[in-house]
Design a protein around this ligand. Structure first.
Ligand code: C2O
Ligand code: CU
Ligand code: CU
Length: 510
C-alpha cells in the first residue's frame, strides 16, 4: 500500500531567517506575542503606537520564541479563576498568498495558557461556535467526571456551558486542555484546539532565578494551498503526523539564553501522534517533573527524554559558559512501529534553536530535594487491559482497527469498575506491533515496572503521570487511586486511535 508522504521538514531553501531579532537578552521580558491573524480577545488595550510590523508567517524560522497568549482571569474573588473559551474558526496566513483556517480557542493557536494556583476554584465558560459538537477536557486534572468534558457530555453547536472545579493542594503540575467529543477529537485537535494549563504551587521549591519557558509542541499539516487537509485512511491507522512541528505555534523559533544561565522548561506534546525524543545538542538535561508535577529530587545528566503524545515534562537546561554559538532542541528518530511506517518520526527534526547572548549569568543551584513524593502503597486489587489490533470490517476493508480488550468504544457501555479511594494495580499489555500511549482520566498514577521480551525493569523513580507509552509488545504496570465517583475515560492518546474507538469507560463507585 502506498502512502502520501508529508515528511518534509526544514525546507531551508524557502524560509528566510530573520536577523536583528536577538530576543530579550535573556531578561524576564520576552518579546510580545506576534499577532497571528485575528487578535485574541482584548485582555488589555493594545499599545497605540508604533504600528505593528508587517505580519511575518509563524512558519518563518528563527523568530524569537513567542510567549503563550494568556487567558484573562475575569474573577475579582481571591482564589477563583474565571474565564471564557470560545471554540471558533480563525484564519491565519501561514504560507504566502494563502489563508489557513484553524479551529481554535479564542482565535489563538495554540490555545491560551490557563494558569492557576493549587486550591483555586476554576470556572470556565465554553462557547461553542463550531458547526459540530465539542467539549473541553482537562487532561490530567483531578476534576469530577461531570466537569471533565467526557464524550457523553457534548456541548452542541451554538451552545454554552460552564465547567467548574476546585484544584486540591498537591496538584501543582503541567496539564493541558483539549476537546473530547465522540469521534471528533482527533480532527478538532489537529485543526488547532489544545492549550496548556499550569497549576502552580505557592511553595514551589525551584528557585525563581531559574527562569521558566513554556513550550507547546504541535504538529501542523498544510497542503500547498494553505488548507489543513482531512485525515487520509493511513492517518486513521497510524495517527496523523504533519509537515511542520511547531513550538508555541511557530516553526523553529529562537529561544535566548545567557551563558551559564539555567532555565526551567515545561514542554507539552500536544500532537495527535508524534513521538518526541527530545535532545539538546551539546547539553544534558536535568529532569525535575512529569505530567503531575515535580519529582522528589532532580535527575541530572539525561541525554534525551522521550515524550509520547499528551505527555508533559519539566527539565532544567544550563547553558555552558563557552557554548557554541547555537544549540538545537531536536526530536531524534524514534520507531513507533506500525504498518509500513518506516520513516514516520524517523528523522531528526529541529524544534528550536538556542541563541546565546553575551551577558554571563552566575549558576543557580537546584535544591537536592524538590518535594516529598510518596509511593501510593500496596494495591488491594488489580486490573489487566490488552491493546490489540485486528483487520477492521467495512471502512474500505484492509484497515487495521485498534481495540482494548477486543472491544471498540461504546459510550453507553461500562467496561471497568473501580472503588473510590482503593489502591489498584493496572497492567496494560500491548499485543500490537505499534506503540500506544495509554491515558487514564481524572487522576495521576505511578508506574511500577515495564516488561519487554520477558525482562521486567522496575521504574527507577517515583513520578506522577497520567499518560504512559506502552511500546509495541510491551507491558506496563502502574498503581492508581480514583477520588471521584462517576465515569472516566481511558484510551490510547494517538488521537486517531481514540476517535476510532481505542477507548473504554471506567465507572468509579462507592
Ligand atoms: Cu488528553 Cu481523554 O484525553
Ligand atoms: Cu485526559
Ligand atoms: Cu494507539
Amino acid at each position: 500500500m502506498d502512502r502520501r508522504r508529508f515528511i518534509i521538514f526544514g525546507t531551508a531553501g524557502s524560509v528566510a531567517v530573520l536577523t536583528g531579532c536577538g530576543g530579550s537578552g535573556g531578561g524576564a521580558a520576552e518579546a510580545p506575542t506576534p499577532s497571528m491573524g485575528p487578535a485574541p480577545p482584548p485582555a488589555s488595550p493594545p499599545a497605540s503606537n508604533p504600528p505593528p510590523p508587517a505580519a511575518v508567517s509563524p512558519l518563518t524560522a528563527g523568530q524569537p520564541l513567542a510567549d503563550l497568549v494568556r487567558l484573562a482571569n475575569t474573577s475579582t474573588t481571591p482564589n477563583v479563576f474565571a474565564g471564557t473559551l470560545v471554540a471558533r474558526r480563525a484564519n491565519k496566513v501561514m504560507l504566502p498568498g494563502t489563508s489557513t483556517e484553524f479551529w481554535t480557542y479564542n482565535s489563538s493557536v495554540p490555545g491560551p495558557l490557563i494558569e492557576v494556583y493549587e486550591g483555586d476554584t476554576v470556572r470556565i465558560r465554553l462557547e461553542n461556535q463550531l458547526s459540530q459538537e465539542t467539549t473541553v477536557h482537562w487532561h490530567g486534572l483531578p476534576v469530577p467526571p461531570d466537569q471533565d468534558g467526557n464524550p457523553m457530555d457534548p456541548v452542541a453547536p451554538g451552545a454554552t456551558r460552564l465547567y467548574e472545579f476546585t484544584l486540591p493542594v498537591g496538584s501543582a503540575g503541567t496539564y493541558w486542555y483539549h476537546p473530547h467529543p465522540h469521534e471528533f477529537t482527533a480532527e478538532q485537535v489537529f485543526r488547532g484546539m489544545a492549550g496548556l494549563f499550569i497549576v502552580r504551587s505557592r511553595t514551589d521549591p525551584v528557585p525563581s532565578a531559574i527562569e521558566e519557558r513554556l513550550l507547546v509542541v504541535s504538529d501542523l499539516r498544510l497542503a500547498a494551498d494553505g488548507t489543513i487537509p482531512p485525515n487520509s485512511a493511513m492517518d486513521w491507522q497510524n495517527g496523523r503526523e504533519g509537515n511542520y512541528l511547531l513550538v508555541n505555534g511557530q516553526h523553529q523559533p529562537m529561544l535566548s539564553i545567557d551563558p551559564g544561565q539555567s532555565q526551567r522548561w515545561r514542554i507539552l506534546n500536544a500532537t495527535n501522534a508524534r513521538y518526541l525524543r527530545l535532545a539538546l545538542t551539546g547539553h544534558t538535561l536535568t529532569l525535575i517533573g512529569t505530567d503531575g508535577g515535580l519529582l522528589d529530587a532532580p535527575l541530572p545528566g539525561l541525554d534525551e527524554i522521550l515524550l509520547a503524545p499528551a505527555e508533559r515534562v519539566e527539565f532544567v537546561v544550563t547553558a555552558g559558559l563557552s557554548s557554541p554559538a547555537s544549540a538545537v532542541l531536536q526530536s531524534l528518530p524514534y520507531d513507533r512501529g506500525g504498518m509500513g511506517m518506516m520513516g514516520f518520526s524517523n528523522t531528526t527534526i529541529p524544534l528550536l534553536t538556542l541563541s546565546h547572548s553575551t551577558a554571563t549569568r552566575a549558576a543557580v543551584a537546584l535544591p537536592s530535594m524538590l518535594r516529598p513524593l510518596t509511593d501510593l502503597g500496596l494495591p488491594t486489587t488489580s486490573k489487566r487491559l490488552v491493546f490489540s489490533s485486528g483487520m477492521g470490517m467495512g471502512m474500505g476493508g484492509g484497515m487495521m482497527s485498534f481495540l482494548i480488550d477486543g472491544k471498540s468504544f461504546d459510550p453507553t457501555r461500562v467496561d471497568l469498575r473501580s472503588r473510590r479511594d482503593e489502591i489498584e494495580q493496572w497492567t496494560i499489555e500491548n499485543r500490537s506491533s505499534m506503540d500506544h500511549p495509554f491515558h487514564l482520566h481524572g487522576t495521576q498514577f505511578q508506574v511500577v515496572s515495564r516488561t519487554r521480551r520477558g525482562v521486567t525493569i522496575a521504574e527507577p523513580f517515583v513520578a506522577w503521570r497520567d499518560t504512559v507509552n506502552v511500546a509495541a509488545f510491551e507491558t506496563v504496570t502502574f498503581k492508581v487511586v480514583q477520588r471521584h465517583l462517576g465515569k472516566r475515560m481511558y484510551h490510547c492518546h494517538i488521537l486517531e486511535h481514540e476517535s476510532r474507538g481505542m477507548m473504554g469507560v471506567l465507572e468509579v463507585v462507592a
